[in-house]
Design a protein around this ligand. Structure first.
Ligand code: ACO
Length: 333
């Protein structure tokens, strides 16, 4: 008997309207457009408006994803939202998204694996569909990183941006061997402090910091993160191809987490997969954490780069540290 499979039947994304260029940042901290472009590949990033939070961005990415899947919110069995920047500490942003979509009753929960969050959410959704528990799940990556950035720290503030991406994951209706294949996930909590936000949780609540909110911004050991990202991403992509008995040449597209263009250059070199096969939009959005893979995927599907039968590798590394990769064989015409 054939194993049940899940397939992506719709994609969507949303980037807030406010654009901050590198020159805008150079007015706040000692940096330059040249330094940021050369060291990171970023030209500009989007910033959520004062009234926009993670679930608002998620809603605006979810609607086009549902539309392209040709379904209504009421057709969904559940919502899984990957985010490290929820609207409020609790309840989950997935519940707030569910309320906005007006579909009470179905399950809704957040997954927090920071920049690898979308890979984790996709694996959970795929497992639920493959095991026959449900047929249609909305999987979203949505982040408002700008609220957690220390805008006086030039080594981190130039990197991050806000955005959301969504996919509709459904049980495969056809016999062809397309859809979501293997997904390889990892974490190593010994390195929790490589990228972290120290305050705002139960160890150091925002109310106890002086001044209030002082330690509620991103701290990162950039150099160590860079090296670990390149090594683990390459290992993880190799693992996926081994599991699927595929060669590097058979990969049509790599849709990576967009953290730094130099990480992607090094990854392309290590894997021997040409950069032309990488879907890259870091220049326009910066690092949008869990949103970056579904945003890039949506862009490449909508502009026709990703086509029927294409083999697409997704790969991410993030705080935790967490990392993982997955293979899709594109189903939609
Ligand atoms: N403008 C100008 N100079 C700067 C800036 C800036 N924005 N930022 C740092 N510098 C300076 C530093 O102070 C340093 O100066 P010094 O030599 O006088 O001390 C110099 O530039 C070099 O600094 P490095 O930190 O060595 O620069 P590097 O080339 O490593 O780039 C960067 C830093 C961009 C942060 C890089 O290390 C990186 O991208 N790391 C990985 C980040 C990542 O992958 N994150 C993923 C996960 S994020 C998540 O999960 C939320």
């Amino acid at each position: 008997m054939k194993r049940r499979k899940s397939v992506i039947t719709g994609t969507g994304s949303y980037a807030p309207e406010i654009v901050w260029t590198n020159d805008d940042l150079a007015k706040r901290v000692e940096t330059s457009d040249n330094w940021i472009r050369e060291r990171t590949g970023i030209r500009e990033r989007r910033i959520a408006g004062p009234d926009e939070a993670t679930s608002d961005l998620a809603f605006k990415a979810a609607m086009p994803a549902l539309e392209s899947a040709g379904i209504l919110p009421s057709d969904l069995d559940g919502i899984i939202l990957a985010t490290a920047t929820p609207d409020i500490t609790f309840p989950s942003s997935a519940c707030l998204l569910q309320a906005a979509l007006k579909i009470p009753g179905i399950f809704a929960f957040d997954v927090n694996a920071v920049c690898s969050g979308f890979m984790y959410a996709l694996k959970v959704a795929d497992s639920m569909i493959v095991s026959g528990q449900c047929d249609t799940i909305l999987v979203v990556g949505s982040e408002v990183m700008s609220r957690y950035v220390d805008w006086t720290d030039r080594s981190t503030c130039v990197l991050f941006g806000d955005g959301a991406g969504a996919v509709v994951l459904s049980s495969a209706q056809k016999e062809e061997d397309r859809g979501v294949g293997s997904i390889d996930l990892h974490a190593d909590g010994r390195y929790w402090d490589l990228i972290h936000v120290p305050g705002g949780g139960s160890r150091q609540p925002a109310s106890r910091t002086t001044p209030p909110g002082k330690d509620c911004t991103i701290r990162m050991k950039g150099g160590e993160t860079f090296k670990m990202a390149v090594r683990t991403l390459a290992e993880s992509v190799n693992e996926i191809l081994k599991l699927e008995h595929l060669s590097m040449d058979s990969v049509d597209w790599v849709v990576p987490h967009q953290a730094n263009i130099r990480i992607l250059d090094a990854l392309s070199e290590r894997l021997g997969i040409p950069k032309e096969k990488f879907v890259i939009n870091i220049d326009r959005y910066g690092n949008t954490s869990a949103a970056s893979i579904p945003m890039a995927l949506d862009e490449a599907v909508r502009d026709g780069r990703i086509r029927l039968n294409d083999r697409v590798v997704l790969t991410a590394f993030g705080s935790g540290v967490t990392w993982g990769s997955g293979l899709l064989t594109w189903e939609k015409d």
